[in-house]
Design a protein around this ligand. Structure first.
Ligand SMILES: CC(C)[C@H](C(=O)O)[C@@H](O)C(=O)O
Ligand code: SF4
Length: 478
């Protein structure tokens, strides 16, 4: 009888293919295929290399960009904030000293680290990808095992191109059926986090699968994988398929010619085996989902937009009740208020969650020929210079400007306000980013996480609004 191999998940396959050393009682040593670097989490790592007299082991597998601190207006003037300026300057001198490719402000490849990796075709199926940034999970949309690391680990990867790791647990999020019109992958992931909580996937890699996931574009898949970390997951991934290969083909770093064919042949094997065991599984019916918005101060405090601000007293769990009380006090919200009645000052369309071309197209379609609410400001910040150029080639910048929105340069921007794009104390935003923590978008700022279409609809009315609310009711049949 032939021996049977144990069925494996996709994440297990990618992990095991990269183990270069495994010893009982010790972490495995994992080979890293791609190391992305930005200015916030790298300065001490380079300092460490320098003081140990070490070099970067594989500069060719390392790529740096400026994103968190970059101004989105007037990028040619010196950065006013001394901390921001120092981080950018440190990255520039470190990249030059250690021979690492850098996309600085003004470069055509500059942008948010998780937007440029896929855009350049650096992100590929089956890879291990790390970055000193929690939203590295974004790259899992290509069937890569991609996760955030700390600054000391950045130093380790720079020096050795490897990382000590323990095998993560496996979780499946299966979404079957068809998403209703106006419901996006952002709503799916907000619904998942609302269901399992911000620690629900702790220690796990999530594989997203099912017919609703397979039907998503790469941009939409990236949005879902991006927020895996907000459910506490180590990483999130999706098996590569035709959609993945079509997205990658022809990109600057994608394999070409015969190498491309060989790569696709290999990538097609990157699937979870029949019978592979997951430690946890969550199943969602796509047809029941609606636009989701958050009302609180963590990404799990979200509800369908048809809902009302919850009453903390209704939470059975003591911890959740306290968290809800604190969240409502910070957010300045009263229990029972319909979510649709919440007025915002600012709409932010951008970030590594929803700052890609498809996100801008979706929002622009809703704004075309209309004016945003007179008391609401809308900031549109493309995720990269490449996304900005593409949007301008399609005339989307005009659509946003004609609607009264601001069209900015590429970067993280108001996602976390490390640059001048911030909320003032007490101001409220509808934001397509991924975190609604206290003070995240500026001290005292209040954030409601939404999808790009809810962001655009909200900009038009000045209140949290679903795109379907804008469509005039169909005439009654006589
Ligand atoms: C600055 C960086 C370390 C941080 C992260 O790791 O996620 C940032 O990108 C964020 O989104 O909060
Ligand atoms: S856009 Fe936001 S979430 Fe993404 S890397 Fe930048 S700060 Fe972090």
């Amino acid at each position: 009888m032939r021996g049977r191999t144990v069925p494996k998940t996709l994440a297990e396959k990618v992990y095991e293919a990269h183990v270069v050393r495994s010893t009982a009682g010790e972490p495995d040593l994992l080979y890293i295929d791609l190391h992305l670097v930005h200015e916030v989490t790298s300065p001490q790592a380079f300092d460490g290399l320098r003081s140990a007299g070490r070099t970067v082991r594989r500069p060719d597998l390392t790529m740096a960009t400026e994103d968190h601190n970059v101004p989105t207006l007037d990028i040619l003037s010196p950065i006013a904030d001394p901390v921001s300026r120092a981080q950018i300057e440190a990255l520039r001198s470190n990249a030059a000293e250690f021979g690492i490719r850098l996309a600085p402000m003004g470069d055509r490849d500059q942008g948010i680290v998780h937007v440029i990796g896929p855009q350049l075709g650096l992100t590929q199926p089956g890879m291990t990808i790390v970055c000193g940034d929690s939203h590295t999970s974004t790259h899992g949309a290509f069937g890569a095992l991609a996760f955030g690391i700390g600054t000391s680990e950045v130093e380790h990867v720079l020096a050795t191109q490897t990382l000590p790791q323990y095998a993560p647990k496996q979780m499946a999020v299966t979404v079957e059926g068809e998403l209703p019109a106006g419901v996006s992958s952002k709503d799916v992931i907000l619904a998942v986090i609302a269901e399992i909580g911000t620690n629900g996937a702790q220690g796990h890699v999530i594989e997203y699968r099912g017919s609703a996931i397979e039907a998503l574009s790469m941009e939409a898949r990236m949005t879902i994988c991006n927020m895996s970390i907000e459910a506490g997951a180590k990483a999130g991934l999706i098996a590569p398929d035709r959609t993945t290969f079509d997205f990658l083909q022809g990109r600057p770093h994608a394999p070409q010619g015969a190498d491309w064919d060989a790569a696709v042949e290999h990538w097609q094997t990157l699937r979870t085996d029949e019978g592979a065991v997951f430690d946890r599984e969550v199943v969602l019916d796509a047809s029941t989902l609606t636009p989701f918005v958050t009302w609180g101060t963590n990404p799990g405090q979200g509800l369908p937009i048809d809902g009302i601000v919850p009453d903390p007293a209704d939470f059975a769990d003591e911890g959740e009740r306290r968290a809800a009380e604190q969240a409502l006090a910070y957010m300045g919200l009263e229990p029972g208020t319909p979510l649709r009645e919440i007025e915002v000052d600012t709409v932010f369309l951008g970030s590594c969650t929803n700052g890609r071309i498809e996100d801008l197209r979706i929002a622009a379609e809703l704004l075309r020929g209309k004016r945003i609410d007179a008391d609401t400001r809308m900031l549109v910040v493309p995720g990269s210079v490449g996304v900005k150029a593409q949007a301008e080639a399609e005339g989307l910048d005009r659509v946003f400007l004609d609607a009264g929105a601001e069209w900015r340069g590429a970067g993280c921007s108001m996602c976390l306000g490390m640059n001048p794009d911030q909320l003032k104390p007490g101001e409220r935003s509808a934001s397509t980013s991924n975190r609604n923590f206290q003070g995240r978008q500026g001290k005292g700022g209040r954030t409601h996480l939404v999808s790009p279409s809810v962001a655009a609809a909200t900009a038009l009315t000045g209140k949290l609004t679903a795109p379907a609310d804008l469509t005039p009711a169909a005439p009654a049949v006589v």
